[in-house]
Design a protein around this ligand. Structure first.
Ligand SMILES: [Zn+2]
Length: 187
């Protein structure tokens, strides 16, 4: 109940005769015509469309991913010990990347127009990181897998990698084509 709405305090103007009626009237006091309230002719709707499911899923997947991987890497650096100057620089870089990606995640959640391009950049970085990790540790080769466990691990690696690459690719495409989701607020 918005009793403070101006239309209720100022009264309702009859569209037939122009007489200003008390706001609670449903028919005109003078000509008995049915009174149309502003909220009847202009249904109250959200100014912006609802958050698409794709965007909610994105924030859940990549928000948690960047958080978890960032903290795991920091934890690795700390637990390995040998805290040299290079480790300090590395930790600073990771922390900066964390803050940056968190900013992007928050920007995407709030559908800020500036967040779209950095989010696409984030996907390219994730793909690059995946390729780098594949080159550094190729994992178990399915051709040389001897035990069933090795075979399972090898196929899980392949499927996990393919899924992750596909997910990043789909979201690059989604972010690149869904500019309207990130339009600035009208109010
Ligand atoms: Zn009237």
């Amino acid at each position: 109940m918005d009793s403070a709405s101006p239309s209720r305090t100022q009264g309702l103007t009859c569209s037939a005769c122009g007489y200003v009626n008390p706001s609670w009237h449903t028919t005109c006091e003078r000509c008995q015509a049915r009174l149309v309230r502003p909220e009847d002719s202009y249904p109250v709707t959200d100014e912006r469309p609802r958050r698409p499911g794709c965007l909610i899923a994105w924030v859940m997947i990549f928000g948690s991913y960047t958080l978890v991987t960032g903290f795991l890497t920091l934890f690795d650096v700390v637990s390995v010990g040998a805290f040299g100057p290079a480790d300090g620089v590395f930790m600073l870089l990771i922390a900066a990347a964390q803050v940056l990606s968190l900013g992007i995640v928050i920007g995407v959640w709030q559908r800020r127009p500036w967040a779209r391009i950095p989010a696409i950049g984030l996907h390219f970085v994730l793909i690059a990181l995946l390729i780098v990790s594949l080159v550094q540790s190729p994992g178990v080769d399915p051709a040389t897998a001897e035990t069933a466990e090795d075979e399972f691990r090898a196929s899980a690696d392949v499927f996990g990698t393919a899924f992750w690459l596909a997910l990043n690719g789909v979201y690059i495409w989604w972010l690149a084509t869904r500019r309207e989701v990130f339009e600035p607020r009208t109010k």
